[in-house]
Design a protein around this ligand. Sequence first.
Ligand SMILES: [Zn+2]
Length: 438
Amino acid sequence: MANIYSSLKHYLKTFAQRKNPHFEIELVCYRAPAGRPGSFVAQRSIEVKPLVFFKPSILVGILVSCLFLGTTRDALSDDFASVGLYQSFDELVTWAHAFETTNSDLVNLVEFGRSYQDRPLLALQISVQPGINDPTKPEFLFTAGLHAREVIGSQAAFQLAEHLVDGYRNGDPATMDSLAEREVWIVPNLNPDGRIRVEEGYSRQRKTMELFPGQNPNNYTRGVDLNRNFPHRWDQALSTVTDETYRGPSVLSTPEASSLWSILQDNDYFNDLWAAIDIHSGAETILAPWTSPTEFRDYPLPPEDRAKFDFLADTMSQLTGLSTDRLSYDSYGVLADSLYETFGAYAFVEEIFTGPWYYPYDYFKYFNPINQFGIDESVNDAIASAMFLISDDAFLIAIPEPSSLVILSLMGFLFILRLLEPGKDQGMSRAEARRRRG
Ligand SMILES: [Zn+2]
């Protein structure tokens, strides 16, 4: 079936390009879920009408072909299985155990909880003292897979683990230094249930697989958005159960989020979370708190935190080519914001890839590269950012204090703002955050 589709696509491309060498065509056949007939869409990359080149008879031909070919959307568009370049969750689990066994001097594998459908939630501790929480060493956390369909993130996370161990074995001085002085924690997939659904061909799944009244068990409405289930301003996140950003019935309601939160507060594992990156896709940007543009504007961070965040984000941006542009929408209950608020960690959201976005939405291709070159590029971005964040260059370099004049004027400005808008005081210093942690 896929071959017939490819031939048709090839024919149409050749036909279109003969007419105009700059013309790009993307043909998508699919069957709508409610049994609507198959349909097609022709996309173009330049400002010409997409269908003007086709005679009516050819259009009818395409339509009939699509009706015939459009048995399932998944067979005809890209999905986890058809792309075939990504490690599955089961393979990830097998890999993680083998990785620990062969590298027991550097790697400690911890199952810190079980998902809603009882799959393992795994974390890899990578340091020269695996299995030990040395209270003199700060921790660095890399998480991925909170959103099920963003498969590239988990790929980046497990390759980061391999990169660290390879670097150490090969005697790379920076890696050896980082692993000797710091403890790196990698959670390669926090949403295994949603991930399995994506692997089964439903590329739209973002949330967990827990089912709430009002949600359709068979589509994207099902579940909780893990990246809205964390404590920071959770009450302002969306409570609509059918929305893709549903926050859940209560803060940390999901076993996935609450298990992660528990291990972060467990002194057997963590004592000083210094920095973190939560890896996503669907944009190409590095975001420091606060992730919501409204909150970012209205509740500025203390200047010393802002300066350090900016330095780290700008450097990671230069290393990767990812921007530091804010997203256009507000989001609350976000993991990175919560890590900063609760632990005082320099925590980032890193969006490492985005693909084309057009109707009918091809979710897999939008959130994930579908060729090895694209995968390598995105994975390398995630690795470059992580290697910088755990390095002396990030950890040891002091950011120059803003001059006292700047601080005085800023304080005066903030004071006036506070007089005007009482109650808006969410900015918190790292010291305050640590005190609150208790
Ligand atoms: Zn995401």
